[in-house]
Write a protein that binds this ligand. Structure first.
Ligand SMILES: C[S@@+](CC[C@H](N)C(=O)[O-])C[C@H]1O[C@@H](n2cnc3c(N)ncnc32)[C@H](O)[C@@H]1O
Length: 373
């Protein structure tokens, strides 16, 4: 079996929760080396990077990760599958992370698993078997090779699926694991951080933050007593975590300028009563965050519904903590915005500091090649 040496750029295909592509792109460009995006849509991306497959496989905001073995121009599905088989004969076949001897082909085209002509499937299976020394295993766990087509992509890919780490289910009503992880990653975690989520809810951001080295994690929620029984055990057992049930607009236990980074999801005022106009609530959030954040260096990542994003952005700016970036995302189909302050400060990039602007419309779709870092 041939093995690929990962000193050069490797081509990957990843799938993520629909609607978080903009944030995933921003985060990946900060985390990976030599990343160049070849294609992206609202729930998938093809890119090259110098990082090894083990690193891509464990990115917590990625649902499924694949290493691309070969690709061909996409014509009729059957003809393209035949071409993939031919292309495999000269391709460098990557070493499989699976220790068994079996493999299975899956055909995921335009968002669904599709049946294909059995003769073409068998020919492709023979080609994969010849290059890998593996045999077809119709059931059970084994190495999966996926044939992938996307509606906006003019290629058909043959990809090797990378092993997915086990992840626990999210609590009801909580932000998804992937969105929590990508928001925490967007905050630029630093081991010296004192972290705060003052609208903690199920604790999804605090748990995601504990995946990275951290000095201290503050969680607060006025309904702590209701949320606590469903907490992930790490929140209760980890002695770096402090749980509070304080009003996020006052936070009396937290000293001025003592927090390095806030990642949070305040109420959107859509399903819960705020007892005041949203503009006043936003001004209260901004004043409270400006008080507890470390002057000059404090960072935040805030998720807010798209309708209220401009009001919150204005309030944060008026309190001297304007965001540097705004990313449009979809949360279970609802348009939302992620306001980010901090990375520009870390990079000491004065041109960008405090210059977030809200775009009208939906999240940008990138289908052209982009190079970063
Ligand atoms: C949108 S939810 C947060 C969801 C959380 N990110 C999760 O994944 O579970 C907002 C939370 O803020 C809490 N909350 C509302 N007003 C608050 C206030 N003034 N101070 C602190 N917590 C508040 C609510 O109890 C609720 O749990």
């Amino acid at each position: 079996m041939n093995a690929v040496c990962y000193t050069a750029l490797v081509r990957y295909y990843i799938q993520f929760t629909a609607g978080i592509g903009d944030l995933v792109y921003q985060t990946l460009t900060g985390e990976l080396s030599g990343m160049r995006v070849e294609y992206s849509d609202d729930s998938a991306m093809i890119f090259e990077a110098a990082d090894p497959p083990q690193r891509i496989a464990v990115l917590p905001y990625v649902k499924n990760a694949f290493l691309i073995v070969v690709s061909v121009g996409r014509g009729g599905l059957d003809a393209s599958i035949v071409q993939l088989g031919r292309r495999l004969q000269n391709a460098m076949f990557p070493r499989s992370p699976d220790r068994g001897n079996g493999f299975r082909l899956m055909f995921h085209v335009d968002g669904a698993l599709v049946p294909v002509n059995p003769k073409d499937k068998a020919a492709l299976e023979r080609a994969v078997a010849a290059r890998t020394g593996r045999h077809v295993e119709p059931r059970g766990s084994c190495q999966e090779y996926w044939v992938v087509g996307r509606t906006g992509l003019d290629k058909l890919l043959l990809c090797m699926r990378l092993p997915r780490p086990r992840r626990e289910e999210k609590a009801r009503g909580a932000i998804s694991r992937e969105l929590s992880a990508v928001m925490v990653a967007a905050s630029g975690p630093d081991p010296r951080d004192v972290f705060l989520d003052p609208f903690g809810g199920s604790g999804s951001f605090a748990v995601a933050r504990l995946e990275h080295p951290v000095r201290k994690v503050w969680y607060s929620d006025i309904r702590l007593a209701e949320h606590r029984p469903a907490f992930d055990a790490r929140l209760v057992r980890d002695d770096r975590v402090r749980l509070l049930d304080e009003d996020a607009l006052r936070l009396p236990s937290i000293s001025d300028g003592s927090v390095d980074v806030i990642v949070t999801d305040p109420p959107w005022g859509e399903h819960e009563a705020l007892n005041r106009p949203y503009r006043e609530f936003a001004a209260g959030i901004a004043a409270s965050f400006a008080r507890v954040l470390r002057p000059g260096r404090g960072r935040y990542v805030i998720l807010i519904n798209r309708d209220n994003a401009a009001v919150l952005l204005q309030a944060l700016s008026a309190s001297g903590i304007a965001p540097d970036d705004a990313h449009e995302v979809l949360v279970n189909g609802h348009p939302a915005t992620v306001l980010v302050r901090g990375r520009a400060h870390d990079r000491a990039d004065p041109v960008k500091t405090g210059q977030a602007a809200l775009k009208p419309g939906h999240a940008s779709r990138r289908t052209s090649a982009r190079t970063a870092r």
